[in-house]
Design a binder for this molecule. Structure first.
Ligand SMILES: [Zn+2]
Length: 433
């Protein structure tokens, strides 16, 4: 642990300390954020005092990204939630906007430092230690993921940036510089197994002992993870961040049973029902959408921000000694389909299908027939066969049957030859929209 006095602190103590930070954050927001003064005022909270403490947080309205975007204008490109003066801002990231124009994430020097601290704790949970080498494949450019790179130096690692889109360079780097760890998206980690095999390289016998995956859900699906671990001959753990809130907020430890909140003390996490927005209790096995609140942010703090990440919770004590809840991301609520009342995550479809390896490649594409989340069965899915396999009716049937058993959803399975579904070097698209 980078900071055992923080990371192993009893969770109740953490919440007590967070309550004080939250009240201070609320006062700051009421003083400086035009967005929240108006939003909270409209909900009947005219002062920080009226909003209470963490115990009362579920009484406050949720914040949706679209609301923030709606306050942006040519005069105010960041939005009405900006709290700091231009002189205080040291960096501005952007997130990819769905409507074309990006939205901006400003940071003060302190915000950035907190991001790096949280990120360092999250990545260090994987077991990487000072003195080791880590090769990274982020071409973060304008995106917040770039801030995570500073975490590697903070841990004391030797960081070897390679970037995305140069698999050959990456494999040479692994062969020549012999890094103990690699950090990439799960899609890219999988892609490299195929690439290395094509090149006759023995990835399993390489120096890489730990593969840290982040940037998209899926790194925790058991069958997918087993394939990555087998292909790399390495232990795979995952990390997760939310561009608007912080980079690498969560990181998984060597027990590989969900991600710990590396951003504890900086961010408060809640669980809500994505349909109703109602708060859910942190109970072992519970699942819901993650909602996050800044506790010590200065540039543009967010309260009860809907992350659209759907997670399952682990509350049992972890053998690593870190306290607090752990989460496993099971998909984006944006990708979630609802089929006759049953929630269907494309990542869950991929997990079920992956169990049919070596017959299939593991690549899938769910193809909803209607716009929006609500779908009528059967939901079509394309399943790619493994290299050299031919379409067999019985296999399609077996997959369809297994999907129905495990996910309780009727799907129609179309088997397609190896190589027909597009590969991504960054994030896989599992749903056709
Ligand atoms: Zn742990």
């Amino acid at each position: 642990m980078l900071a055992p006095e923080v990371e192993a602190r009893p969770w109740a103590e953490q919440l007590e300390e967070d309550d004080g930070a939250y009240r201070t954050q609320l006062a700051y927001v009421f003083e400086r954020s035009a967005f929240y003064r108006e939003k909270l005022g409209a909900a009947g909270f005219d002062s920080a005092g009226a909003a209470g403490g963490l115990e009362d947080i579920a009484r406050l309205p949720l914040t949706d990204k679209r609301e923030l975007r709606a306050t942006c204008s040519p005069e105010d490109p960041i939005g009405a939630h900006l709290c700091a003066s231009p002189a205080e801002i040291v960096r501005i990231y952007s997130t990819s906007g769905t409507a074309g124009s990006p939205s901006y994430v400003p940071l003060t020097e302190g915000d950035l430092d907190n991001w790096v601290t949280a990120s360092a704790r999250s990545y260090a949970a994987s077991g990487v230690v000072a003195g080791q080498r880590i090769v990274s494949t982020y071409n973060a450019g304008p995106f917040a993921a770039g801030a995570a790179l500073a975490a590697f130096e903070r841990i004391g690692l030797t960081h070897v940036p390679v970037g995305t889109g140069s698999s050959e360079r990456l494999m040479l780097t692994v062969e020549q510089l012999r890094p103990e760890a690699a950090v990439l998206t799960p899609s890219y980690a999988e892609h490299l197994i195929e690439r290395a095999a094509g090149r006759g390289m023995d990835l399993r016998g390489s120096s890489v002992e730990r593969v840290l995956v982040a940037g998209e859900p899926g790194g925790g699906e058991p069958a997918f993870r087993a394939r990555l671990e087998e292909g790399w001959g390495a232990r795979v753990t995952e990390a997760m961040g939310v561009g608007d809130i912080g980079v690498s907020l969560w990181g998984e430890c060597e027990a590989q049973d969900g991600m710990h909140l590396g951003a504890r003390g900086f961010v408060h996490a809640e669980l809500v029902d994505p349909e109703t927005g109602h708060a859910l209790a942190w109970e072992d096995g519970a699942s819901g959408e993650l909602v996050l609140t800044h506790l010590r942010h200065r540039a543009a703090p967010l309260l009860r921000f809907r992350t659209r990440d759907h997670v399952r919770v682990r509350m049992t004590p972890c053998s690593c000694g870190r306290t607090g809840p752990r989460v496993r991301c099971i998909g984006r609520t944006d990708d979630m389909l609802i089929v006759r009342g049953v929630n269907l995550f494309p990542s869950a479809v991929r997990e079920v299908v992956s169990a049919f390896q070596p017959e299939v490649s593991g690549h899938i594409l769910v193809r909803p027939r209607a716009p929006g989340p609500k779908q009528e069965p059967p939901v079509p899915v394309r399943v790619e066969l493994a290299r050299g396999r031919e379409v067999e009716r019985a296999l399609g049937e077996a997959i369809r049957e297994r999907l129905r058993e495990v996910l309780v959803v009727q799907m129609s399975v179309e088997l397609v030859p190896w190589g027909s579904l597009s590969r991504s070097e960054y994030k896989s698209r599992l749903v056709e929209r």
